[in-house]
Design a protein around this ligand. Structure first.
Ligand SMILES: [Zn+2]
Length: 363
């Protein structure tokens, strides 16, 4: 039964503010608080995210009347939504409520609700946190290494607010070792009432391994692995590729919320544009981000380069506007994201240049 919460919210809002803004996508319908608009590439971004995640989860993406209903209330009406006040969003079944746009974490919950609406929080949050993609803020990169994750057993019994990196690492491990189909069978079987003993029994039945064996495998993962490496980066690593000669890339571009490839405005202030880049020969590179104007807006301008490989692939490299960095890059594909403010257009240049590692350099 869907829609009861939505009807209550819509009635409360329309009584005081007039009609909601409606944005229709193939897999998502956004109903927004009046006066708010999506950046030009946001609906395509959400549709593609849902399609790719549904394929990963071996289920059909929702279409027509089954599309995910996304209530976006970034303004004063947030209190009308059925989420915890301190949260940025929540999902109730296949309905999403959020102050952020887009909010891929909640889209994961909405899709997973097809498997269970009462999933064990450890698995529900591990799946959502583990597949939501890279953080949309350049400075949202401080990540604990997996070695500092709390013990799985402690977290299995915790509520969503307490769950962290251990749930992400454990879910990704189960998916990688046993496949998504078996993980989702486990997901459907366990509920928020399940005990640690129930989890052990379900693991033995569905996967043929005990909880202790799975925890031992989890603890054997590289201790320095961080969330951006665990995440499959479904969109970030399938974004349009930039062509280059493997030696020097120089791109200047406008970042404007109305552009077709701009995704945002997230919390109202941020947008990002997604690309990929392949390094064919490993080497040392200098990275520079070049801002056009020395004003306030450029403080949000940055370029972030993240290896598409998993654990052991190196951390994201962030270059803020007017900064430079030097990095040793392995061969392989990278996610290259351009970040800027959503409220005003900016121009951001990015220069990536192969250098002689023996020459002095650095910031
Ligand atoms: Zn969540």
């Amino acid at each position: 039964m869907r829609g009861r919460a939505l009807i209550i919210v819509a009635a409360a809002l329309s009584a005081c503010e007039g009609p909601l803004e409606v944005f229709e996508g193939e897999h998502v319908v956004v109903r927004a608080e009046p006066g708010f608009d999506l950046c030009g590439g946001t609906m395509a971004h959400m549709d593609e995210f849902v399609a790719r995640l549904a394929a990963e989860m071996q289920q059909a993406p929702p279409t027509g009347d089954e599309r995910i209903e996304f209530r976006w209330y970034p303004g004063e009406h947030w209190a009308l939504l059925p989420c915890r006040r301190s949260a940025f969003g929540c999902a109730r079944g296949d309905e999403v409520f959020s102050v952020l746009m887009p909010h891929n974490h909640e889209l994961v919950h909405a899709l997973a609700s097809e498997r269970s609406r009462r999933a064990l929080p450890f698995f529900a949050e591990g799946l959502a946190e583990g597949y939501q993609g890279l953080h949309w803020q350049a400075d949202g990169l401080t990540e604990l290494p997996l070695g500092q994750a709390k013990r799985v057993q402690d977290e299995l019994g915790g509520g969503p607010a307490e769950l962290g990196l251990a749930s992400v690492g454990f879910v990704r491990l189960l998916v990688q070792q046993h496949g998504m189909a078996k993980f989702l069978a486990l997901y459907s079987l366990l509920s928020r009432r399940s005990s640690v003993t129930d989890v052990d029994e379900a693991l033995r039945t569905v996967l043929g391994v005990s909880l202790d064996e799975s925890i031992a495998a989890f603890e054997a993962l590289p201790a320095d692995c961080i969330r951006p490496q665990l995440d499959p980066k479904l969109l970030e690593c399938s974004a349009p590729a930039l062509e280059w000669d493997d030696s020097r890339l120089a791109v200047f571009r406008m970042l404007d919320c109305s552009q077709d490839d701009a995704v945002g405005p997230y919390d109202g202030d941020h947008l990002q544009v997604l690309h990929t880049l392949t390094v064919r020969e490993p080497g040392t590179f200098e990275l520079r981000a070049i801002a056009e104007r020395p004003d306030e807006a450029v403080s949000l301008n940055a370029v972030v380069m993240t290896p598409c490989s998993g654990c052991g692939g190196g951390p994201p490299i962030r270059v803020l506007a007017r900064e430079r960095a030097r990095a040793d890059l392995a061969a392989g594909r990278y996610s290259l994201r351009w970040m800027g403010p959503a409220a005003v257009p900016t121009t951001l240049g990015f220069l990536l240049e192969r250098v002689d590692a023996s020459e002095p350099g650095g910031p």
